[in-house]
Design a protein around this ligand. Structure first.
Ligand code: SF4
Length: 423
């Protein structure tokens, strides 16, 4: 299919809204990719041993490097209100910063326990800022499972940084969302070849490269889960460039085209820059589409990547989405995607038992879900794809389009090999 193929999209599709029990990681998970991205940042979770275990098991133990995340564990006396946890936290931070002069940005990350005992991390961050600025900038945000699902941790983190960004009157473009460095470099190279200059990144790799923002700033999201960050940038006067997200050949082309349009790039130059990588991406996807074409697909809500990925899998790989569930549907951000997504059932939020019933009745060929559901579904004979892999694997832009399709074709091929259908 091409960009201008008429489809009856999902713009007017009714959305099933469920607010029951959900099976999703909390926002602390974002620290795993954010600490790799921001090379002079430290993430200090103010939480319990459970929070520390989640981080350790999700990120692995760093033996050789100085870690750039940790947990200030709230002990029973803190939880019982017998100790002043604010004071202890400030003492721990002072100790950490004196030992680690390489830290330039410190994030105090709230958790379920810190919220339950109402620790005021905002005020603590303010006090610490007074003491440690300008060498260290201290932010706070919540990654608690009460308030956030897993990709919302990144949104909360980036949104917390926006009020502190320096003001500018200059025209600039902000590319927003944490991408692996190699993917970010590809994106910057394409924009550079198109003649788009004054490009800045949020988050920047280092505090000194933090972007500036003002009323002539245009920004574009690379991740669909950054609604609060987008709102914070708009409050600073920046204007969002609406676009589908850069997944697959079509999504990447539409994303770049939206920037080209905003910046007045000549169509001939756009064509010249994108023709070769588009062709490469199409070829790479086609190799996997053979396995995926005609197969049905069910998304449980997890990462907020569900709608863009369903669009990619339907339009470029020929799959048939039966239900696309997402934790939150931010209509303003998702409109360009909904317009392209072939008609399917949409759901927002979760009532896991009801959704499992619908899933069992539909018996899709492939199910995308969180870790908690994947094992029982596999045991019941349903091939699954772990949604968390989609945020840990480089999947954006042209050069990753084939790998993205491969993440979905692999479980189907494995299943076919095990059952003896193919060798
Ligand atoms: Fe568990 Fe809450 Fe800690 Fe997340 S923040 S690990 S949900 S206790």
């Amino acid at each position: 299919m091409s960009l201008d193929t008429p489809v009856k999209g999902c713009l007017h599709t009714p959305v099933l809204r469920e607010r029951g029990q959900r099976e999703v990681f909390c926002g602390l998970t974002g620290i795993i990719w954010l600490h790799r991205k921001m090379q002079d940042a430290f993430f200090l979770v103010v939480g319990s041993r459970t929070c520390a275990h989640l981080l350790q098991s999700a990120a692995g133990v760093m033996i050789f490097a100085e870690p750039r995340f940790g947990t200030a564990i709230l002990e029973e006396k803190d939880l019982a209100g017998l100790a002043d946890a604010h004071e202890e936290l400030e003492r721990e931070v002072a100790r950490l910063l004196s030992r680690r002069p390489d830290i330039r940005q410190l994030f105090l990350v709230g958790s379920c326990p810190s919220e339950v005992i109402k620790l005021d991390l905002g005020r603590t961050a303010e006090r610490l800022n007074q003491r440690h600025a300008p060498h260290v900038r201290v932010y706070n945000y919540s990654g608690s499972g009460i308030e956030t699902t897993f990709t919302q941790g990144e949104d909360a983190c980036l949104a917390a940084m926006v009020p502190g960004l320096a003001e500018t009157d200059a025209e600039n473009l902000l590319v927003v969302g944490a991408l692996p460095d190699v993917v970010e470099d590809q994106c910057l190279s394409l924009l550079h070849q198109m003649g788009v200059d004054q490009v800045q990144l949020l988050p920047a790799r280092r505090a000194a490269d933090a972007p500036k923002v003002g009323s002539r700033t245009r920004f574009i999201l690379t991740q669909p889960f950054l609604a609060d960050t987008a709102a914070a940038l708009e409050r600073r006067g920046a204007e969002r460039i609406a676009a589908p997200f850069p997944f697959g050949e079509e999504g990447t082309t539409a994303w770049l085209n939206a920037v080209a349009h905003a910046r007045g790039v000549h169509p001939e130059r756009f064509e010249k820059v994108t023709a070769a990588p588009r062709a490469r991406a199409r070829r790479a996807v086609a190799a996997h589409a053979e396995t995926l074409r005609g197969k049905s697909l069910f998304f449980f809500p997890d990462s907020q990547l569900e709608i863009p990925l369903a669009r990619f899998l339907a339009r470029e790989c020929g799959m048939r989405p039966l239900e696309v569930g997402t934790p939150y549907l931010h209509r303003a951000l998702m409109e360009p995607e909904l317009a392209l997504l072939p008609e399917t059932a949409l759901s927002e939020g979760q009532d896991v038992d009801l959704q499992l019933d619908r899933h069992a009745a539909l018996a899709p060929d492939l199910t995308v879900c969180g870790l908690g559901l994947a094992n029982p579904l596999e045991a019941a004979g349903h091939p699954t794809k772990w949604a968390i892999e989609l945020v840990f694997t480089p999947v954006h832009f042209y050069e990753q389009a084939g790998d993205l399709a491969g993440l979905f074709s692999r479980p189907l091929r494995r299943r076919a090999i095990l059952s003896g259908e193919v060798r």
